[in-house]
Design a protein around this ligand. Structure first.
Ligand code: FES
Length: 370
Protein backbone atom coordinates (compact mmCIF):
# COMPACT_ATOMS: atom_id res chain seq x y z
CA UNK A 1 0.00 0.00 0.00
CA UNK A 2 1.34 3.45 -0.91
CA UNK A 3 2.41 5.72 1.92
CA UNK A 4 -0.30 8.27 2.78
CA UNK A 5 -0.09 11.71 1.17
CA UNK A 6 -2.14 13.90 3.44
CA UNK A 7 -3.07 17.32 2.13
CA UNK A 8 -4.84 20.08 3.96
CA UNK A 9 -8.27 20.65 2.38
CA UNK A 10 -9.25 23.50 4.65
CA UNK A 11 -11.19 24.45 7.69
CA UNK A 12 -14.10 22.07 8.55
CA UNK A 13 -16.43 24.91 9.53
CA UNK A 14 -15.95 26.50 6.11
CA UNK A 15 -16.16 23.25 4.14
CA UNK A 16 -19.43 22.22 5.75
CA UNK A 17 -21.11 25.41 4.48
CA UNK A 18 -21.30 24.03 0.95
CA UNK A 19 -22.99 20.73 -0.05
CA UNK A 20 -20.60 20.35 -2.99
CA UNK A 21 -17.51 22.19 -4.10
CA UNK A 22 -14.44 21.78 -6.24
CA UNK A 23 -11.02 21.93 -4.61
CA UNK A 24 -7.83 21.51 -6.61
CA UNK A 25 -4.65 20.17 -5.03
CA UNK A 26 -1.73 20.39 -7.42
CA UNK A 27 -3.09 18.79 -10.59
CA UNK A 28 -5.78 16.79 -8.80
CA UNK A 29 -9.36 18.07 -9.02
CA UNK A 30 -11.57 16.94 -6.16
CA UNK A 31 -15.32 16.99 -5.58
CA UNK A 32 -15.78 17.67 -1.87
CA UNK A 33 -19.26 17.13 -0.45
CA UNK A 34 -20.95 17.57 2.90
CA UNK A 35 -24.18 15.79 3.81
CA UNK A 36 -25.74 14.37 6.98
CA UNK A 37 -22.77 15.53 9.04
CA UNK A 38 -20.25 13.66 6.93
CA UNK A 39 -17.62 15.02 4.58
CA UNK A 40 -16.62 12.95 1.53
CA UNK A 41 -14.12 13.40 -1.28
CA UNK A 42 -14.12 11.85 -4.75
CA UNK A 43 -12.30 12.75 -7.95
CA UNK A 44 -13.49 15.96 -9.55
CA UNK A 45 -13.08 14.59 -13.09
CA UNK A 46 -16.06 12.79 -14.60
CA UNK A 47 -15.61 9.43 -16.31
CA UNK A 48 -17.55 10.54 -19.37
CA UNK A 49 -15.51 13.35 -20.97
CA UNK A 50 -13.91 14.86 -17.91
CA UNK A 51 -16.64 17.22 -16.68
CA UNK A 52 -15.95 19.05 -13.39
CA UNK A 53 -17.91 16.99 -10.85
CA UNK A 54 -17.22 19.45 -8.03
CA UNK A 55 -19.05 22.12 -10.00
CA UNK A 56 -22.17 19.99 -10.31
CA UNK A 57 -24.95 19.49 -7.79
CA UNK A 58 -25.63 16.99 -5.05
CA UNK A 59 -28.78 14.89 -5.43
CA UNK A 60 -29.11 12.75 -2.32
CA UNK A 61 -25.81 10.92 -2.04
CA UNK A 62 -24.97 11.36 -5.72
CA UNK A 63 -22.77 13.99 -7.28
CA UNK A 64 -24.36 15.01 -10.60
CA UNK A 65 -21.95 16.06 -13.34
CA UNK A 66 -22.84 19.53 -14.66
CA UNK A 67 -22.05 18.58 -18.26
CA UNK A 68 -24.28 15.58 -19.06
CA UNK A 69 -25.63 14.55 -15.64
CA UNK A 70 -23.74 11.32 -15.03
CA UNK A 71 -24.02 10.50 -11.34
CA UNK A 72 -21.39 9.21 -8.88
CA UNK A 73 -21.82 8.27 -5.23
CA UNK A 74 -20.24 11.00 -3.17
CA UNK A 75 -18.60 8.52 -0.76
CA UNK A 76 -17.74 5.44 -2.86
CA UNK A 77 -17.29 7.17 -6.25
CA UNK A 78 -19.43 4.46 -7.86
CA UNK A 79 -21.91 5.27 -10.62
CA UNK A 80 -25.64 5.30 -9.96
CA UNK A 81 -27.48 1.95 -9.74
CA UNK A 82 -26.91 0.05 -12.98
CA UNK A 83 -23.68 1.93 -13.67
CA UNK A 84 -21.62 0.93 -10.62
CA UNK A 85 -18.77 -0.20 -12.89
CA UNK A 86 -18.37 3.44 -13.86
CA UNK A 87 -16.49 4.55 -10.77
CA UNK A 88 -14.35 7.61 -10.09
CA UNK A 89 -11.65 7.50 -7.39
CA UNK A 90 -12.74 8.04 -3.79
CA UNK A 91 -10.34 9.34 -1.15
CA UNK A 92 -9.81 8.83 2.59
CA UNK A 93 -10.17 11.90 4.80
CA UNK A 94 -9.43 12.76 8.43
CA UNK A 95 -10.17 15.72 10.67
CA UNK A 96 -7.56 17.08 13.04
CA UNK A 97 -7.88 20.23 15.11
CA UNK A 98 -10.83 21.45 13.04
CA UNK A 99 -9.04 21.02 9.72
CA UNK A 100 -9.83 18.45 7.04
CA UNK A 101 -7.12 16.39 5.36
CA UNK A 102 -7.35 14.18 2.26
CA UNK A 103 -5.01 11.32 1.47
CA UNK A 104 -4.33 11.49 -2.27
CA UNK A 105 -2.47 8.16 -2.12
CA UNK A 106 -5.65 6.42 -0.98
CA UNK A 107 -7.46 6.89 -4.31
CA UNK A 108 -9.58 3.91 -5.25
CA UNK A 109 -9.39 2.70 -8.83
CA UNK A 110 -11.11 4.58 -11.66
CA UNK A 111 -13.11 2.00 -13.62
CA UNK A 112 -15.20 2.44 -16.72
CA UNK A 113 -18.28 0.58 -17.82
CA UNK A 114 -18.26 -0.31 -21.49
CA UNK A 115 -20.80 1.87 -23.25
CA UNK A 116 -21.92 0.85 -26.73
CA UNK A 117 -20.72 3.54 -29.16
CA UNK A 118 -23.44 5.65 -30.75
CA UNK A 119 -23.98 4.62 -34.39
CA UNK A 120 -23.09 8.14 -35.57
CA UNK A 121 -19.63 7.87 -34.05
CA UNK A 122 -18.55 5.22 -36.55
CA UNK A 123 -15.67 6.08 -38.93
CA UNK A 124 -16.67 8.44 -41.71
CA UNK A 125 -16.20 6.62 -44.98
CA UNK A 126 -18.07 7.34 -48.14
CA UNK A 127 -19.92 4.19 -49.20
CA UNK A 128 -19.56 3.40 -52.91
CA UNK A 129 -22.43 4.34 -55.16
CA UNK A 130 -23.88 7.19 -57.17
CA UNK A 131 -23.85 10.77 -55.94
CA UNK A 132 -26.26 11.15 -53.03
CA UNK A 133 -28.30 14.31 -52.61
CA UNK A 134 -30.18 15.25 -49.46
CA UNK A 135 -32.74 18.03 -49.62
CA UNK A 136 -33.60 19.79 -46.39
CA UNK A 137 -36.87 21.70 -46.36
CA UNK A 138 -36.91 24.16 -43.50
CA UNK A 139 -40.34 25.63 -44.02
CA UNK A 140 -42.95 25.24 -41.27
CA UNK A 141 -46.54 24.19 -41.82
CA UNK A 142 -49.24 21.95 -40.46
CA UNK A 143 -48.61 18.77 -42.47
CA UNK A 144 -52.09 17.49 -41.68
CA UNK A 145 -53.49 20.50 -43.54
CA UNK A 146 -50.63 21.41 -45.86
CA UNK A 147 -50.25 24.71 -47.69
CA UNK A 148 -48.11 25.45 -50.73
CA UNK A 149 -44.46 26.25 -50.03
CA UNK A 150 -42.46 27.87 -52.81
CA UNK A 151 -39.09 26.91 -51.31
CA UNK A 152 -40.09 23.29 -50.84
CA UNK A 153 -41.63 23.17 -54.32
CA UNK A 154 -38.37 24.27 -55.93
CA UNK A 155 -36.43 21.84 -53.75
CA UNK A 156 -38.63 19.03 -55.06
CA UNK A 157 -37.80 20.13 -58.61
CA UNK A 158 -34.06 20.01 -57.79
CA UNK A 159 -34.35 16.56 -56.26
CA UNK A 160 -36.39 15.30 -59.21
CA UNK A 161 -33.64 16.49 -61.55
CA UNK A 162 -31.00 14.80 -59.38
CA UNK A 163 -32.91 11.51 -59.30
CA UNK A 164 -34.29 11.16 -62.80
CA UNK A 165 -31.88 13.08 -65.01
CA UNK A 166 -28.65 12.70 -63.09
CA UNK A 167 -29.06 9.19 -61.68
CA UNK A 168 -28.45 10.24 -58.08
CA UNK A 169 -29.87 8.80 -54.90
CA UNK A 170 -32.01 11.43 -53.22
CA UNK A 171 -33.64 11.96 -49.87
CA UNK A 172 -36.00 14.75 -48.79
CA UNK A 173 -36.06 15.64 -45.10
CA UNK A 174 -38.75 18.05 -43.96
CA UNK A 175 -37.53 19.54 -40.73
CA UNK A 176 -41.02 20.14 -39.45
CA UNK A 177 -41.68 16.39 -39.57
CA UNK A 178 -38.80 15.74 -37.17
CA UNK A 179 -39.01 16.11 -33.43
CA UNK A 180 -35.79 17.52 -32.12
CA UNK A 181 -34.72 19.64 -29.20
CA UNK A 182 -33.13 23.04 -29.36
CA UNK A 183 -29.40 23.24 -28.77
CA UNK A 184 -29.16 23.59 -25.01
CA UNK A 185 -25.80 25.30 -24.96
CA UNK A 186 -23.45 22.52 -23.89
CA UNK A 187 -20.75 24.53 -25.62
CA UNK A 188 -21.45 27.39 -23.26
CA UNK A 189 -20.55 25.14 -20.32
CA UNK A 190 -17.26 24.15 -21.93
CA UNK A 191 -16.10 23.47 -25.48
CA UNK A 192 -15.42 19.86 -24.40
CA UNK A 193 -18.97 19.46 -23.08
CA UNK A 194 -20.21 19.81 -26.68
CA UNK A 195 -19.48 16.33 -28.00
CA UNK A 196 -19.75 14.40 -31.24
CA UNK A 197 -22.25 12.85 -31.56
CA UNK A 198 -24.26 15.71 -30.05
CA UNK A 199 -24.77 15.37 -26.30
CA UNK A 200 -28.56 15.53 -26.71
CA UNK A 201 -28.47 12.85 -29.41
CA UNK A 202 -26.49 10.56 -27.11
CA UNK A 203 -28.74 11.14 -24.12
CA UNK A 204 -32.17 11.31 -25.74
CA UNK A 205 -33.05 8.45 -28.10
CA UNK A 206 -36.31 10.17 -29.05
CA UNK A 207 -34.51 13.19 -30.48
CA UNK A 208 -34.58 12.97 -34.29
CA UNK A 209 -31.75 15.32 -35.14
CA UNK A 210 -29.73 12.14 -35.71
CA UNK A 211 -31.37 11.95 -39.15
CA UNK A 212 -29.78 15.26 -40.11
CA UNK A 213 -26.39 14.28 -38.70
CA UNK A 214 -26.54 10.93 -40.50
CA UNK A 215 -27.33 12.67 -43.80
CA UNK A 216 -24.78 15.48 -43.43
CA UNK A 217 -21.85 13.51 -42.04
CA UNK A 218 -22.24 9.99 -43.38
CA UNK A 219 -24.64 9.82 -46.32
CA UNK A 220 -24.88 12.85 -48.58
CA UNK A 221 -22.45 14.20 -51.15
CA UNK A 222 -24.72 17.18 -51.88
CA UNK A 223 -26.73 19.10 -49.30
CA UNK A 224 -29.51 21.24 -50.74
CA UNK A 225 -31.20 23.47 -48.19
CA UNK A 226 -34.43 25.30 -48.99
CA UNK A 227 -35.77 28.09 -46.86
CA UNK A 228 -38.45 30.74 -46.94
CA UNK A 229 -37.50 34.26 -45.93
CA UNK A 230 -39.00 35.14 -42.56
CA UNK A 231 -38.49 38.69 -41.35
CA UNK A 232 -35.41 38.99 -43.50
CA UNK A 233 -33.85 35.74 -42.24
CA UNK A 234 -33.99 32.03 -42.96
CA UNK A 235 -36.77 30.12 -41.20
CA UNK A 236 -36.72 29.55 -37.45
CA UNK A 237 -36.41 25.80 -38.07
CA UNK A 238 -33.31 26.41 -40.18
CA UNK A 239 -31.67 28.16 -37.23
CA UNK A 240 -32.82 25.45 -34.84
CA UNK A 241 -31.06 22.89 -37.05
CA UNK A 242 -27.97 25.05 -37.47
CA UNK A 243 -27.57 25.56 -33.73
CA UNK A 244 -27.68 21.80 -33.24
CA UNK A 245 -24.85 21.56 -35.77
CA UNK A 246 -22.52 23.19 -33.24
CA UNK A 247 -21.49 19.60 -32.56
CA UNK A 248 -20.02 19.39 -36.09
CA UNK A 249 -18.27 22.74 -36.07
CA UNK A 250 -17.01 22.28 -32.53
CA UNK A 251 -15.07 19.18 -33.50
CA UNK A 252 -12.96 21.41 -35.72
CA UNK A 253 -12.58 24.06 -33.06
CA UNK A 254 -11.38 21.79 -30.28
CA UNK A 255 -9.77 18.94 -32.16
CA UNK A 256 -9.06 19.91 -35.76
CA UNK A 257 -11.42 17.12 -36.77
CA UNK A 258 -13.39 17.84 -39.94
CA UNK A 259 -16.55 15.74 -40.05
CA UNK A 260 -17.77 17.09 -43.38
CA UNK A 261 -15.27 16.50 -46.14
CA UNK A 262 -15.85 16.88 -49.84
CA UNK A 263 -19.48 17.83 -49.40
CA UNK A 264 -21.21 20.30 -51.66
CA UNK A 265 -23.87 22.66 -50.29
CA UNK A 266 -26.32 24.83 -52.22
CA UNK A 267 -29.42 26.78 -51.33
CA UNK A 268 -32.93 27.68 -52.45
CA UNK A 269 -34.29 30.87 -50.96
CA UNK A 270 -37.75 32.26 -51.61
CA UNK A 271 -39.83 34.87 -49.95
CA UNK A 272 -42.71 37.19 -50.51
CA UNK A 273 -40.43 39.87 -49.11
CA UNK A 274 -36.81 40.63 -49.66
CA UNK A 275 -33.36 40.17 -48.12
CA UNK A 276 -32.18 37.35 -50.33
CA UNK A 277 -28.57 38.50 -50.05
CA UNK A 278 -28.67 38.57 -46.26
CA UNK A 279 -30.18 35.09 -46.04
CA UNK A 280 -27.76 33.67 -48.61
CA UNK A 281 -24.82 35.25 -46.79
CA UNK A 282 -25.85 33.62 -43.51
CA UNK A 283 -26.30 30.21 -45.09
CA UNK A 284 -23.05 30.36 -47.03
CA UNK A 285 -21.14 31.39 -43.94
CA UNK A 286 -22.48 28.55 -41.85
CA UNK A 287 -21.97 25.79 -44.40
CA UNK A 288 -18.51 27.13 -45.26
CA UNK A 289 -17.64 27.03 -41.58
CA UNK A 290 -18.53 23.36 -41.26
CA UNK A 291 -16.36 22.48 -44.26
CA UNK A 292 -18.67 22.43 -47.29
CA UNK A 293 -17.73 23.39 -50.85
CA UNK A 294 -19.95 25.41 -53.15
CA UNK A 295 -20.68 25.18 -56.84
CA UNK A 296 -20.51 28.28 -58.99
CA UNK A 297 -23.65 30.31 -58.20
CA UNK A 298 -24.47 28.32 -55.07
CA UNK A 299 -28.02 29.57 -54.57
CA UNK A 300 -31.15 30.36 -56.45
CA UNK A 301 -33.64 32.79 -55.03
CA UNK A 302 -36.94 34.45 -55.69
CA UNK A 303 -38.55 37.44 -54.05
CA UNK A 304 -41.14 39.90 -55.27
CA UNK A 305 -40.16 42.61 -52.85
CA UNK A 306 -41.27 44.34 -49.68
CA UNK A 307 -44.66 45.54 -50.87
CA UNK A 308 -45.79 42.26 -52.50
CA UNK A 309 -48.29 41.06 -49.90
CA UNK A 310 -50.42 39.06 -52.37
CA UNK A 311 -48.98 35.69 -51.46
CA UNK A 312 -51.47 33.75 -53.59
CA UNK A 313 -49.93 35.38 -56.64
CA UNK A 314 -46.45 34.63 -55.36
CA UNK A 315 -47.26 30.93 -55.15
CA UNK A 316 -48.85 30.96 -58.60
CA UNK A 317 -45.87 32.84 -60.01
CA UNK A 318 -43.40 30.23 -58.76
CA UNK A 319 -45.59 27.35 -59.87
CA UNK A 320 -45.87 28.77 -63.39
CA UNK A 321 -42.29 29.98 -63.72
CA UNK A 322 -40.27 27.75 -66.02
CA UNK A 323 -37.31 30.03 -65.35
CA UNK A 324 -37.32 29.27 -61.62
CA UNK A 325 -37.76 25.56 -62.19
CA UNK A 326 -34.91 25.58 -64.70
CA UNK A 327 -32.92 27.41 -62.06
CA UNK A 328 -33.67 24.68 -59.52
CA UNK A 329 -32.60 22.00 -62.01
CA UNK A 330 -29.45 23.92 -62.85
CA UNK A 331 -28.59 24.28 -59.17
CA UNK A 332 -28.89 20.52 -58.77
CA UNK A 333 -26.72 19.87 -61.84
CA UNK A 334 -23.97 22.29 -60.78
CA UNK A 335 -23.88 20.79 -57.31
CA UNK A 336 -23.82 17.22 -58.59
CA UNK A 337 -21.10 18.02 -61.15
CA UNK A 338 -18.98 19.40 -58.35
CA UNK A 339 -19.67 16.41 -56.13
CA UNK A 340 -18.55 14.13 -58.95
CA UNK A 341 -15.18 15.87 -58.97
CA UNK A 342 -14.76 14.79 -55.36
CA UNK A 343 -16.17 11.30 -55.69
CA UNK A 344 -14.03 10.64 -58.78
CA UNK A 345 -10.91 12.00 -57.09
CA UNK A 346 -10.40 14.68 -59.76
CA UNK A 347 -10.58 17.52 -57.26
CA UNK A 348 -7.87 18.07 -54.67
CA UNK A 349 -8.94 16.67 -51.33
CA UNK A 350 -9.44 19.23 -48.61
CA UNK A 351 -7.67 18.41 -45.40
CA UNK A 352 -7.39 20.28 -42.16
CA UNK A 353 -3.93 20.25 -40.70
CA UNK A 354 -3.72 19.40 -37.00
CA UNK A 355 -3.92 22.47 -34.85
CA UNK A 356 -7.51 23.45 -35.26
CA UNK A 357 -9.57 25.76 -37.35
CA UNK A 358 -7.02 28.57 -37.40
CA UNK A 359 -4.68 26.29 -39.29
CA UNK A 360 -6.95 25.83 -42.33
CA UNK A 361 -4.85 24.99 -45.33
CA UNK A 362 -5.33 23.18 -48.58
CA UNK A 363 -3.38 20.03 -49.03
CA UNK A 364 -3.42 18.91 -52.62
CA UNK A 365 -3.34 15.31 -53.66
CA UNK A 366 -1.82 14.75 -57.05
CA UNK A 367 -4.42 13.72 -59.61
CA UNK A 368 -3.84 10.15 -60.71
CA UNK A 369 -2.33 9.73 -64.18
CA UNK A 370 -4.96 8.58 -66.66
S1 FES B 1 -21.51 13.56 -17.77
FE1 FES B 1 -19.68 14.26 -16.97
S2 FES B 1 -18.57 14.88 -18.69
FE2 FES B 1 -20.39 14.12 -19.56
Amino acid sequence: MAAPEWHDLGDLETLRQSPLQEIVIGKTRLAVSWRDGKLAVISGACNHVGGPLGQGILEGDYVVCPWHQWRFHRVTGKGEPGFEEDAVPAFATKIENGRVYVDLASATERTRKKHAPHPLSRPIERAPGPVRVVGISTTVMDRAYPRPSTSERLLEVSLEEARTAQGCETKLIRLDELKFRHCEGFYSKSARACTWPCSITQMDPTDQMDQIYEAFVHWADVILVATPIRWGCASSLYYKMVERCNTIQNQETIGGRVLLKNKVAAFIITGGQDNVQGVAGQMLTFFAEIGCQFPQHPFIAHSRGWSAEDMENNIRYVEESSELKDGARGLARRSIDMAKLFTSGQHPALELVPGGRKAHRLSFTEPKAP
